[in-house]
Design a protein around this ligand. Structure first.
Ligand code: A3P
Length: 277
């Protein structure tokens, strides 16, 4: 039984909202927005456009508030998906999600950690530029040098670095969920060949294959795929797929070295590996 209401075009619209049955939990700068928009091309998927931050910052507002953020659904077989990349790295979120729904479908899109860090740093850099604040330098922010030994290590207080320690974050989720609750999406593959990963997402969500190649249109100017839901083709905004700050090869090598052990741990935890050499 559904309540219907007339919409602005004179048609009827269901007023029912439904809590999500899948969450894109991260990773920040992994391609979360593009993945959400792309899976939203499926006729049975309803996406939550804005990041609700329910399980991290807005939890005290309660589930009625969370539901009020959801899109309207019209049939029982529609799947609602929300994405908030801050979920992956927030300490409180795994337990809260598990307590609510231990069978939750969790989607994590990961990307080469070095380039994810540079992307994260680039975003922080431009945010500071807009706010007229002093501009960060990656090599200074990312590493710490021990005063006595002179050894360099990851600056654990610098988020663009720690956000790339996928093993640390997934471990916190695996205290509650099994790895089969997760679908790991390869962000580097998704960017170049979205359909390849979208087929996996469709299957994970129990949906028929319905996204077609004609809905994914490569835009040569942007250098990324754009998405066609009806007739209009929509590309992501300027902050998605922008030119990275240039980083020296030395720093890139150092980042690779620092992440190496964490990557290996991550592969063990997820029973899968990525080509992140
Ligand atoms: P860069 O800006 O570093 O290239 P998120 O949405 O999680 O913040 O991720 C942003 C990243 O999505 C971008 O990082 C970009 O590489 C990636 N991406 C993947 N597919 C994309 C697409 N079709 N359009 C724009 N960005 C896309």
């Amino acid at each position: 039984f559904k309540i219907w209401q007339q919409n602005d075009d004179g048609g009827m619209q269901s007023m029912e909202r439904r809590l999500p049955s899948a969450l894109i939990v991260g990773v920040r700068k992994g391609g979360t927005r593009a993945l959400l928009d792309a899976i939203g091309l499926h006729p049975k998927v309803r996406i939550v456009r804005r990041e609700t931050h329910f399980f991290d910052s807005n939890y005290s507002l309660g589930f009625d508030w969370y539901k009020s953020q959801m899109p309207h659904v019209e049939s029982d077989d529609e799947v609602v998906i929300e994405k908030t990349p801050a979920y992956f790295t927030n300490e409180n979120v795994p337990k809260r999600v598990f307590d609510w729904n231990p069978d939750m479908k969790l989607i994590l899109i990961v990307r080469h950690p070095v380039y994810r860090t540079i992307s994260d740093f680039t975003q922080v850099y431009y945010n500071k530029l807009e706010q007229n604040k002093s501009l960060p330098v990656l090599s200074i922010e990312a590493f710490r040098t021990d005063d006595v030994t002179g050894d360099e290590s990851i600056n654990m207080e610098y988020k663009p670095m720690t956000n790339s320690l996928y093993d640390v974050h997934i471990s916190k989720w695996l205290k509650y969920f099994k790895i089969h609750n997760f679908l790991l999406v390869n962000g580097d593959v998704f960017r170049a060949n979205p359909l390849h990963e979208l087929r996996r997402v469709e299957e994970f969500l129990g949906l028929e294959r319905a996204i077609t190649p004609s809905q994914l249109v490569f835009d040569y100017q942007k250098g990324f795929f754009c998405f066609r839901k009806t007739t209009k083709i929509r590309c992501l905004g300027e902050s998605k797929g922008r030119k990275h700050r240039s980083i020296s090869n030395d720093v890139i090598e150092k980042l690779s070295r620092m992440f190496e052990e964490h990557n290996q741990n991550f592969f063990q935890l997820i029973n899968r590996s990525f080509q992140w050499d």
